[in-house]
Ligand binder design. Structure first.
Ligand code: SF4
Length: 317
């Protein structure tokens, strides 16, 4: 487990010609390279957790599966190629400083970076407009790339977390609004049925994101944000943290193992994100990631220098 996430802050991007077009090009290139890094390698916390899990399995079959996972990840880095053929649809979760000087161009920059990364990384073209049923060919389309904005008042930074979510780990997602009278005890069987049903096809071990809130859409968003949280972190409420541990232990006790081929562990962890609920509802959504959990974070300063907290020793530019 990697609680010691290292930071790699690059030198300031020199800005000899501060015209808007030149700044925009630098911003696009930075995001394009960031997408490439996230497609090729797993973040440090995920790699550490998978190493731990490999050590925790005794059976020759489980050892062999983890062996092939790590061989695949090694070759992806050596050949600078995506570590899975399904490079997902890029989803961006922004903590956007209200005083970040390039706020206005950020959406356009991200969209153009996705188009370029589709060719340069390369990413598999996965975006199909819903009613046209045509692949756009560049991973952009109606409301894609998906961009989730959280405005941070007064901040001059832009923090971007990218999640490349493949189909295998998107298919199991489910949400349900329970009655309060169903009690918190309704959550565990709901989660277990998902993890041990469609979750088996999502290349376990999984990271399970649970969103608890007041309606279906707020729980769904929270369940995805739960997957973005660093491994090793806990829900801030003691009861939430206890629930994360209890569900983790329960899921790991059922013998799923990597690739669903029987082992002692099923999940990298269970993360819960929550909000207040309506007095008469108790909403729960579940999202899972596969072992190839490709999510990373870049923090961009007002001079377009950056930090990469997810990847030790990596430079983008
Ligand atoms: S579930 Fe993940 S690792 Fe498995 S094929 Fe899909 S994207 Fe790749």
């Amino acid at each position: 487990m990697s609680d010691n996430i290292s930071c790699c802050r690059n030198e300031q991007i020199t800005n000899d010609n501060p015209d808007p077009q030149s700044i925009k090009e630098r911003f696009i290139t930075l995001i394009e390279k960031f997408i490439g890094a996230a497609a090729v390698r797993l973040s440090d916390d995920v790699t550490s957790r998978l190493e731990q899990m490999r050590e925790g399995e005794d059976s020759p079959l489980q050892k062999a599966i983890y062996g092939s996972y790590f061989e695949n990840l090694k070759m992806a880095v050596e050949q600078n190629r995506p570590c899975c053929q399904d490079t997902g649809l890029p989803q961006f979760y922004l903590k956007a400083g209200s005083a970040f000087p390039f706020l206005d161009m950020t959406k356009e920059v991200i969209t153009e970076a996705v188009k370029r990364a589709t060719l340069s990384v390369p990413l598999r073209p996965n975006a199909v407009n819903f009613f046209d049923e045509k692949n756009t060919g560049d991973n952009t389309g109606e409301r894609v790339p998906w961009i989730d904005w959280e405005i941070i008042p007064g901040s001059q930074e832009m923090e971007i977390t990218l999640y490349l979510s493949g189909a295998g780990c998107s298919l199991p997602g489910q949400a349900k609004v329970f009655k309060p009278s169903d009690g918190m005890e309704a959550i565990l069987p709901f989660v277990t049925d998902i993890v041990y049903g469609p979750g088996v096809n999502a290349c376990p071990p999984l990271l399970v994101g649970i969103g608890l809130g007041h309606n279906i859409e707020n729980a769904a968003v929270l369940s995805k944000k739960a997957i973005l949280r660093q491994l090793g972190t806990k829900h801030p409420h003691p009861q939430g943290a206890r629930m994360e541990k209890e569900i983790t232990d329960a899921l790991n006790s059922l013998g799923m193992g990597a690739q669903g081929l029987r082992g002692s562990q099923a999940v990298m962890g269970v993360h819960i994100e929550s909000s207040a609920r309506h007095t008469a509802t108790r909403a729960c959504a579940v999202n899972v990631s596969c072992y190839a959990l490709r999510r990373g974070t870049v923090r961009i300063k007002k001079d377009l220098s950056y930090e990469l907290p997810s990847y030790k020793g990596i430079k983008l530019l």
